[in-house]
Ligand binder design. Structure first.
Ligand code: 26V
Length: 825
């Protein structure tokens, strides 16, 4: 096809020719005739051409150097668009933008043609994507292993203020960056029964029979390291029916089975479960888990055996990181392969497995804990269930030995108990590492949620505070600020974010402050344009942009935010002359499709927006905007434009948060509780450069354990709060249906609802929040001081790079070897 370019020396003419050539051969068109989508495809293929060279070279070098490899096993990878990110990491973004300009093409429009690959829900999936970026950039051999969902996270449309879920057919135009690898297909078996045969050596051989199977086909996506020529692989598995029958020889049973197998293959990778933090116990979900895990583990073992002869040393070259409990069947699958395919004894297989698997916990929310009914688990995965039973039997024996006669310990710690398989317990018992995702979160795991396990095996527990990639969330998302940072401290921050601390000396520099505020203003203009285009709402870029973007969940307390806006609106109506700095409240959030209160909160936000935005009597001082379809691509613009970062979860509930870090990196000030990584953010930047309020996690946990909180007391004693709550049920924001928001009212006050009243302490934290918001306003009025705080936030964000996080995983858990590619000519 085309002569290959070497990445360091970008050849503009060659690239332009490549785009023109691709448009011709892909679509039989000239550039002038091609659609925007076709131009995107042509550009993407031209870039892929460069990437594939580096990809081959990297994998060849890995084969030669044979470094230890991490397999990051995850049900979710929230990658976001690839084109812009690949250009950034190839250090070719500006060159390509220029080359396209020569052709009369705007790179932004080309990027905008790419569907946002949204194979994840929220924090957990986006963290996986940031980790892959860091692993490649730092030269570590790594695979991401996941599922190639046909439909990713639904697209959100807002109609009449309600969320509508629209299917996300992200593969409709094809994915130019992926590579189908049928030669690495694997068979995955479900159901049937297990027979034991004694072989000629007198060994028991376990064989699954009468099963249905699915063929797993891997698709590889390149993960481009920044400026180092390294390209790792995200391997996502598609399902196809196994082709194994001749139609003539079908008897009735065979035919039935063939149809069932085909349906299994069709269904299994159809759609990402759009639940975040809520376990539903769906059979198809367990099928998805075993499907991608079995294929990934099989491939990891085969790849290892292609180069090594002793499977007993597998753990010296391979480690599996389990992204939450979703991939935990990997433990039993590895045991199965080692025993049934490689004839290791139980003890030998256990020795390998327990040195290979490590588990990350991402939430303490009880409703997210995965517990599979024995009936379902053993029916779907009969051999895997046998192995889990044996792990459980041996573990219980160990607990009984250590705590003789303590039945309660067994009840609390068993892997199989009360008719259920508890995946977190399996992961903790069978892995060599258990980590939380922020210091506070890990402490809560050790002292509360996983206390029994921590006491029994403290050496496994460790903290890995999350991080984010500055390449996507500053260099790509905020080019103006990125350039400004580079102008002041050089460009080392791109691969070593600790270098950004060099900005500290400019925090009080008047010129720097003005430049910073000017950049923020331009980013606010960019977002305002997006909002006008997509929402039809006009917002003033001179107002304070106060932003809460994240999944919608009661514990994240978007409801607190909107109730406070209702309160502010009441204040302004009461006293139109009061001092009030204009504010734009920006929300973005998807709600799980079946989560009633979450969806109703979206409706409430939009209902309040309708009233407030159209009330001339407040003179446009408050604007409320709900950004439709919050996703990685618009997130980049939102972070860049934010003044205030709302991180207001009920203390103890948000394991870490990573949005909080993206805001900080972009110079927004945190308004938040002492929860998750907020604690560490404040530790880095200083209390005086953030707005902290509300109950502490200890206080929340004390109320939860010992009672003593009654929201009705607050309702009765505080007229401001009472007024706001009454407005939920008197038609102020829903004159056509006064009962519309009753469930939200009930969740705060009423014991009619099934759960406790105000479980998330919204009323308790309301006045402290309002007071913190007053501090925000006062601070913003002092522009120089605000700029100083904002610059310090950027300067102190170094710790929150996922590069730092990954280095800690490497040092404490994975022990990977760093790979440096030899220089190429
Ligand atoms: C959990 C479940 C439970 C079973 C059903 C489907 C499903 C899908 C996703 C999840 C993940 C919930 C956990 C999660 O996303 N945790 C978030 O992880 C972030 C990265 O560590 C962290 O920053 C957030 O605080 C935490 O909420």
């Amino acid at each position: 096809m085309l002569k290959k370019t070497v990445l360091q020396k970008f050849d503009k003419e060659l690239f332009k020719n490549s785009v023109i050539y691709n448009v011709k051969t892909l679509y039989r068109k000239t550039l002038e005739e091609a659609t925007q989508q076709q131009i995107f495809q042509a550009v993407a293929y031209a870039i892929k051409d460069v990437i594939v060279d580096n990809w081959m070279n990297t994998q060849k070098e890995y084969a030669k150097q044979d470094p230890k490899t991490v397999y990051y096993l995850s049900m979710e990878f929230l990658m976001g668009r690839a084109l812009g990110n690949n250009l950034i990491n190839l250090q070719a973004y500006n060159d390509v933008a220029e080359a396209l300009e020569d052709l009369g093409i705007d790179i932004n429009l080309v990027e905008d043609q790419e569907p946002d690959p949204a194979l994840g829900n929220g924090g957990l999936g986006r963290l996986a994507a940031c980790f892959l970026d860091s692993l490649a950039t730092m030269g570590y051999s790594a695979y991401g292993c996941g599922i190639r969902y046909r439909y990713g996270m639904f697209k959100q449309e807002i109609r009449d203020g309600y969320q509508i879920e629209v299917p996300d057919n992200w593969l409709a135009d094809g994915n130019p960056f992926e590579l189908r690898r049928p030669e690495y297909a694997k068979e995955v078996k479900f159901g049937g029964y297990v027979n034991v045969y004694v072989d000629e050596n007198g060994r028991n051989n376990f064989k699954q029979e009468g099963y249905q199977s699915v063929k797993a086909i891997p698709y590889d996506m390149p993960i481009v390291g920044y400026g180092n020529g390294i390209v790792n692989t995200l391997r996502i598995w598609d399902a196809e029916p196994v082709e194994c029958f001749q139609l003539e020889s079908f008897d009735k049973g065979d035919y039935q089975k063939a149809v069932e197998q085909e349906n299994l293959a069709r269904n299994i990778v159809e759609v990402l479960y759009p639940n975040d933090n809520h376990y539903a116990g769906k059979e198809l979900r367990l099928k998805q888990q075993y499907f991608f895990i079995s294929a990934s583990v099989q491939e990891a073992v085969e790849k290892y055996m292609r180069k090594h002869d002793d499977i007993r040393k597998f753990h010296e070259k391979v480690t599996f990181q389990l992204n939450d409990t979703h991939p935990t069947v990997a433990i039993a699958e590895l045991m199965r392969i080692l025993m049934d395919d490689y004839y290791l004894t139980w003890d030998e297989a256990w020795a390998v497995t327990t040195k290979t698997c490590a588990y990350t916990n991402h939430t303490i929310m009880a409703e997210a804990l995965e517990k599979w009914p024995i009936e379902l688990f053993s029916r779907l995965l009969p051999r895997i269930y046998q192995i889990v039973e044996e792990i459980n039997r041996r573990f219980i024996a160990q607990v009984s030995q250590q705590y003789p006669g303590d039945q309660n310990k067994i009840a609390k710690m068993a892997i199989i108990y009360d008719g259920q398989v508890k995946m977190a317990h399996l992961a903790i018992v069978s892995g060599y590492s258990v980590n939380g995702v922020a210091r506070l979160h890990t402490e809560i795991l050790e002292k509360q949620e996983l206390r029994d396990f921590y006491e029994m095996m403290p050496e496994k527990f460790n903290n890995k505070t999350n991080g984010i990639t500055q390449r996507r969330f500053l260099l790509h998302g905020n080019p103006l600020l990125a350039q400004w940072v580079t102008d002041h401290v050089g460009n080392d921050w791109i691969t070593d974010l600790s270098k950004i601390s060099g900005l500290k000396i400019y925090a009080e520099d008047e010129k720097a402050q003005q430049e910073f505020m000017n950049i923020k203003y331009q980013n606010k203009v960019r977002l305002a344009r997006y909002i006008l285009e997509h929402n039809g709402v006009e917002v003033d870029p001179r107002s304070i942009f106060d932003v809460q973007v994240k999944r919608l969940h009661e514990y994240k307390r978007q409801l607190l935010n909107i109730l406070h806006i209702m309160y502010l609106y009441n204040e302004l109506k009461n006293n139109p002359q009061m001092e009030f700095y204009p504010r734009t409240f920006i929300f973005g959030a998807k709600a799980a499709a079946g989560y009633r209160n979450a969806k109703l909160t979206i409706k409430l936000i939009n209902a309040v927006a309708d009233v407030v935005n159209n009330d001339p009597s407040i003179g446009g001082k408050i604007k409320v905007v709900f950004i439709e379809d919050y996703k990685v691509s618009n997130a980049e613009w939102i972070f860049a434009a934010a003044d205030v970062s709302e991180q207001i979860s009920t203390a103890s509930k948000e394991a870490s948060g990573t949005g909080n870090m993206k805001f900080m990196l972009n110079g927004a000030l945190t308004l938040g509780t002492m929860d998750g990584a907020n604690v560490e953010i404040v530790e880095e930047v200083g209390m005086e450069n953030a707005f902290i309020f509300g109950l502490s996690s200890d206080e929340v946990i004390r109320f939860e354990n010992y009672g003593g909180y009654n929201p009705m007391d607050i309702f009765n004693n505080d007229p401001d709060i009472r007024r706001v709550l009454m407005q939920l049920i008197n038609g102020t924001f829903a004159p056509y249906d006064t009962e519309l928001f009753r469930p939200l009212y009930n969740s705060l006050l009423n014991t009619q609802s099934t759960s406790k009243a105000d479980m998330y302490f919204i009323l308790k934290d309301f006045k402290p929040y309002a007071e913190a918001q007053r501090r925000v306003e006062a601070a913003y009025r002092d522009e120089a001081n605000w700029a100083k705080s904002a610059i310090l936030n950027v300067a102190c964000s170094g710790k929150f790079s996922s590069d730092r996080t990954i280095q800690e995983y490497v040092d404490d858990i994975w022990h990977l070897d760093k790979v440096v590619l030899p220089k190429r000519g």
